[in-house]
Write a protein that binds this ligand. Sequence first.
Ligand code: ATR
Length: 286
Amino acid sequence: MRNSAAGRIVGIFGWPVAHSRSPLLHGFWLDLHGIDGAYVPLTVAPEHFEQALRILPRLGFVGANVTVPHKEAALEAVDEADELARRIGAVNTVVVRGDGSLHGSNTDAFGFLENLRESVPDWTPAGDPAVVVGAGGAARAIAFALADSGAPEIRIVNRTAARAKALAGELGPVAQAWPWADRAGSLNEAGLLVNTTKLGMEGEAPLGLPLDALPREAVVTDAVYVPLHTALLVEAAARGNRVVDGLGMLLHQARPGFEAWFGVAPAVTDELRARIEADLKGLSRP
Ligand code: ATR
């Protein structure tokens, strides 16, 4: 039974939100597990976001996801946020507790690590230096995930030096800001390269980072998943690096929320991936 009056309802806030694959993803799991529930897109403008989030308990919602541009505002709007969300500075998952209060967390860091662990089981964050390109919201979640899992060195490479320095400062001695002009040199002896910028996304310029200095043993991953095989990943794979596309991060970050709202721990399966990939291909067709 799906979607009866007694079913649990979860929303995803965005502005816009039509591009989000989260309703498809959670809908897949609801069907698979025969859960009476619904996961609905909520297109809410920034000026109405806090009010809309705060009213969820009175509408009977059990929780929500929050996407661009509301993640920072969500941190301010919830009653309590966990420590990782506070350090990242953003909330993407909200749970309505029994007393009607809102609890916020950030599952992007979990999604990033699980995607790598599943795709490259012998890779460990505690090995060699990691290079994070970008210093925005996605970079913050990824950099804190790496720092918390024992990365020996995190190099933050960002066009705007001040943002790289600020993030490196928050991460502590493990991190260093790397000048954008010297970005090719940041790859020396690295074990992981992550692009967190929108460069390489459909309609955007490619990242254009020369990979010559990157060891062949390094893993390369991209937060961009449209297209799935970005120019960065294609180039890295061609020179022998192991590559991990960004779709897995989206799929894995959804797991903790689904479990908290619906009481079932869902799995990221090939069938789920195929379903989302087919949808991505359909929408990017001219
Ligand atoms: P998100 O939350 O998705 O990470 P964001 O906070 O807007 O988005 O961050 C975007 C990141 O992509 C930033 O690191 C940004 O660099 P700046 O801090 O210099 O703005 C980076 N970025 C976006 N466009 C870029 C470009 N054309 N060249 C280099 N970096 C770019």
